[in-house]
Design a protein around this ligand. Sequence first.
Ligand SMILES: *[C@@H]1O[C@H](CO)[C@@H](O)[C@H](O)[C@H]1NC(C)=O
Ligand SMILES: *[C@@H]1O[C@H](CO)[C@@H](O)[C@H](O)[C@H]1NC(C)=O
Length: 816
Amino acid sequence: MLAYLPLLILSVLIQLIVALQYHEHAAFTPQHLRELKKHTKELFHHAWNSYMKHGFPADEVRPITCEPYGPDYDDPTNMRNDAMANVSSTMLDNLDMLFIMEEWGELENALNYLQENHATLFEQDTVVQVFEASIRWLGGLLSTHLLLTDVQWPDEPRYAEIRRICKNYDGFLLILAYDLGLRLIPAYQTDTNLPFPRVNLAKGVDAVPEHMNELTCTSGATTPYVEFALLSKLTGDMHFERLTGLSYWKIWHSRSRLGLLSMTMNPSKSEWVDSIGGVGASVDSFYEYAVKGAIIFNSDSLWLIFTKAYLALLTHSAQSIGIHDSTLFANVNTGSGEVVSTWIDSLGAFWSGVQVLAGRLTDAISSHLIYLKMWDYFDSVPERWCFVSPSMHLDPLKEKIANAINLEWYPLRPEFIESTYYLFRATKDPMYLQIGLRILSVFETRFKTACGLAGYQDIRTGQLQNRMESFVMGESLKYLYLLFDEANEIFLHQPFMSKKNWVFSTEAHPLWYTPEFGRQSAQEFKENLRVLRQKSTSSRTPSYKRSFIRTLWSKFVISDRKMIDTLAEPPIDRNNSLIDWQRLGITQVSPVLDSFDTCEVKPRQLKTNRNSFMQSGYYTWKNLFLPDAKYPTTLIRPKHLQKHSKILPNHYVELTPAFYHTFTAFAPEDKLRLHLQCAREATTTESDCVFSEVQKPEQHEMYIVTQAEQNSRFAVNDVVIPTLTGRFKLEVLKIGDIDSTNTLITKDYIRKARPNTWVSRTSEVLRVTRANGVKVGRYRTVWTTKESVQDKTMFKVSKDGRIFVQGRYVENFRVI
Ligand SMILES: *[C@@H]1O[C@H](CO)[C@@H](O)[C@H](O)[C@H]1NC(C)=O
Ligand SMILES: *[C@@H]1O[C@H](CO)[C@@H](O)[C@H](O)[C@H]1NC(C)=O
């Protein structure tokens, strides 16, 4: 024994050093990653135990003052009541997190508590938001029910406990979910098929003050669809799906003439009350659930909605920030497509995660960058960050900060962590682990408080917020923990889950569905309900008795499935008989919408050859630091964060010394011509150009050449637009400019681009960078027909088919 002592001491010592310095390491060895998981789990334990000790059975615990926190009964109009109802919200939202953390004892305790109280849990005289209640509680209950009934937990010691819990589980969570569903669904009892945003859980929709139900947002009115549809399929009661589905499709059908959705509507009058839309707050989860719903329910019509919506967003909302491969999705006027706000919000950070799910990996990598930059400067993501500065000369720092941060709080939202998780799973680029490591250390050193985790009330000053919403554990810590699970140790990443079509709900609850399981579940549910009804005639379950025995559904005008199908609109049958592809030498084309059906795979973890080390693809990204150059007055570090530089040696995540030294070991052969060198900032400008009129993406006839004969003028990936309509982005190239591909525009460049024309010092050339949302750029040509460019005031066409727009030559634009 004694002989082993030095070894033992050594190993303890090593572990200690690893534990102390884990955030300065960046090797991401299996041991290092396990350490990161352990640290994340400790944060979870701290938060969960604080909640159970000081918060439960209230909805939340206040992380600074260690008090329980719940609805404001004195002021029913207080917004915080939207997601609180004295229903142990933090517990409901974190049941599935207990699975991920393998906290079987805690899970069993929570289930026992809920079973004991299930009949009265939702009998609460408070007004909640249907959206919040459905994503946090309904989603939490359904997910946990699935985890308890539709998972084949392997017969291994590790899962012995959960196998036992599953065996004893009688399905009461689905009954609880059904009870909640019945309390929420009266919000849909309107003549317009658009739901009210709020209900009183005990007293129904009539007990909600009128002004609180005047307006609803697009996300609020559409997102409940997925959870409710699942509730329908698992219980066999199809009303929930029909009602919420009808709202979803009706709102989609009411999109603007550009195919965009606005943020706010009046549900009673069935009208939009604004015309602003993007991908952030108020519309975000509409798009998210088009993709996720398509996956769970294997639905072509939801997928079609997404592809159409996505192309509309690429056409109007996507702003290339002067940088070839970095994009920001701005809010635009849904009628005209003009940019209408100078900020983007923190919720919009989820978008790159959805892009990954939808198979648009290049786009996802590019839209994630701007949020990484926010973490670089703010150690958080401001609720709203401004991307335009009114003046370059704002001073002092305080004024600049005030201008940059439009809304100053960061309640530990998960969206950026979520996207980082998706991007890592899709690319395996270690940079995403490095981002996670930074987030973990900021959570540990700054946000951890006496009784949980507290985010910023004010990023500008560093003041913390005495609140820990249920999503802090249930989403932020969940995604962080799963990010570090490279070895697939967590059950969600294990083979026995891989055959399920599971996705994370918008609240990070794993959800999935198969028709076989649905049929079986509906049968069991019916039986459970029958037993319960028998019991309830004599028992002490007043709340169930009330809602189950009443014939709630007779009140609704139920629209049938046909109506949804009409609203779902099949794609327009594109008539391509006008173009004789064969004669042109084009052997295969793909309509633009169809091209979205292919999933992109683009690993960014580079290996130059078999013998070299793993390295991050980020360092070959020539534009990695261009956002910093582009937004010098709004990407700035608040004073209180400058002091913290001792804890976090370099505030740029992507320049953390340990990481940089480990992952930039490029092979000497330099075969891929990798250079650790930034591109020069582009000095060209981009201008917007609308030809004829802008329509919905599916109304623009547009093709991508996928195969062409060798001697034809067309190249694979060229774009063909037979009838020229829509929104184009044109880069203006002047002599002396650096363009978006990091090329210096010289007189020679212009001369080559437009032979046979006089080139002077002021000559300029245009380049199509986007055509109706489709990225074009320097190496791709846009083709159109002669008939499209007849308008003499706008176009001039040279003999060899080159096109001039208002006198200016467009280098990648040709007549067929
Ligand atoms: C909140 O719920 C608890 C138990 O679930 C109950 O005892 C208490 O009366 C409720 N509070 C209010 C104000 O309704
Ligand atoms: C396509 O266009 C041609 C010529 O205009 C027309 O004859 C044909 O009927 C159209 N086909 C469809 C399916 O609309």
